[in-house]
Design a protein around this ligand. Structure first.
Ligand SMILES: Cc1ncc(COP(=O)(O)O)c(C=O)c1O
Length: 391
């Protein structure tokens, strides 16, 4: 008869010969808290801070390290940390690099929850935020103070899709030893190489294109070598970690990112061009269209465009009219967090500190998933026709 304890020893009746040298294409999911040391010497080394291996689950496992190193390579950075969500990655960067008395500059078209964190939480720690124009470039100098520690960019920015002159900003920031951070979620590491443009820290909501199927919440932070130490030290001390299962799914998503992005890019561009010719449309907000105000910057810095863009209508609609349009769409889900296979729609207007042509205007935001452009156009046409019956 088995002694009670044997059940937990992990030896069982496993035929070790059968699994020797066994290898799948993808790294296995390994998760857990306790990591077993080989012997007492290893435990002793760990107690002296000299252990070279992984000694606790919060440090991550090989599943996570495979994903992080793939992200580092594709971004062209020095090192990457996976975190539980995009906003968690953003918050961690802000906490790791700032201290009481610091001032930071954040682009006006930043993702809403990033804005909220900067205006509502950072002041508690004595960090003050000013917003810079959504299309900022050399004019950044007007906003820099003696205590400016960090500049946070997002290009194209959320919902209104303005582009910043990233190299102009990073050049000035480097001269003044200010850290530059970019939320690179829209372009992905395939279509914008932040480190080539002088950025120090690049953030992704992996939740979007990289995991790619709307079933994962994750973020990454990749740094250059110069600014790696303060960030990774913070993560180590705070014992930040993420789900190994999600790392597995995100690594799997990364493998097919190039083909998925090509579809999103082509379908979204075709639909954006088609929308631009409709009478009902005022402006299509897509940086790859030649009439976008910063199209030249996009052409210079980006290697492609993706599936998310916006438009405004000539006539501002009432809430009931918006409901008719949105509810008439059959291919689009109504929801946030793009980057998956499903096309999505949202409508809203967004706070800006600087003058913006979009202030108080409804921005209709479309995400083109894996649907065919022809089908999406037919769906939009149907919804516009329904709307016109309510003018
Ligand atoms: C540009 C951008 N950055 C960050 C985030 C936050 O990502 P997550 O949903 O993974 O927290 C989002 C989410 O919509 C986003 O659009």
């Amino acid at each position: 008869m088995k002694k009670a304890g044997t059940f937990y020893s992990n030896a069982g009746h496993l035929n070790l010969e059968k699994v020797k040298g066994f290898k799948m294409i993808n790294p296995p999911v390994q998760s857990g808290s306790t990591v077993l040391f080989k012997d007492y010497e290893a435990l002793f080394q760990a107690s002296q801070g000299k252990y070279k291996g992984i000694y606790y689950g919060t440090e991550g496992t090989p599943t996570q390290f495979f994903f992080e190193s793939a992200m580092t390579e594709i971004e062209g950075g020095y090192r990457t940390q996976a975190l539980p969500s995009g906003i968690n990655a953003i918050v961690t960067v802000l906490l790791a690099y700032t201290q009481s008395g610091d001032h930071i500059l954040v682009c006006d078209n930043i993702y809403g929850p990033t804005r909220d964190y900067c205006t509502q939480i950072l002041p508690k720690f004595g960090v003050q935020t000013d917003f810079i124009p959504s299309d900022v470039g050399e004019s950044i100098t007007e906003f820099i103070k003696l205590n400016t520690r960090l500049i946070f960019l997002e290009s194209p920015g959320s919902n209104t899709f303005e582009i910043q002159d990233i190299p102009a900003v990073t050049k000035i920031a480097q001269e003044k030893e200010i850290i530059t951070v970019l939320d690179n979620t829209w372009a992905t590491p395939l279509y914008l190489k932040p480190f080539e443009l002088g950025v120090d820290v690049s953030i992704h909501s992996v939740t979007k294109y990289i995991s790619g199927h709307s079933d994962v919440l994750m973020g990454t932070v990749t740094t250059n070598e110069k600014f790696a130490q303060p960030f990774f030290r913070y993560c180590r001390i705070a014992e930040l970690n993420t789900s190994q299962n999600d790392c597995y799914l995100s690594l799997r998503g990364l493998r097919t990112l190039p083909v998925r992005l090509k579809h999103h890019e082509q379908a979204a561009l075709e639909i954006a061009r088609w929308l631009g010719n409709l009478d009902i449309i005022d402006q299509v907000l897509h940086p790859a269209l030649p009439d976008h105000p910063q199209h030249d910057l996009w052409k210079r810095d980006f290697k492609g465009s993706t599936g998310l863009f916006g438009f405004t209508l000539k006539k501002e609609l009432t809430k009931d009219q918006i409901a008719v349009f949105v509810n008439s769409l059959t291919l689009f889900g109504i929801g946030f967090s793009w980057g998956g296979f499903r096309s999505l729609v949202t409508v809203g207007h967004y706070s800006r500190n600087h003058n913006s042509p979009y202030r108080d205007r409804n921005i209709y935001r479309l995400y083109i998933g894996m649907d065919e452009a022809e089908d999406v156009k037919a769906d939009l046409e149907f919804a516009f026709n329904q709307l016109k019956m309510h003018f």
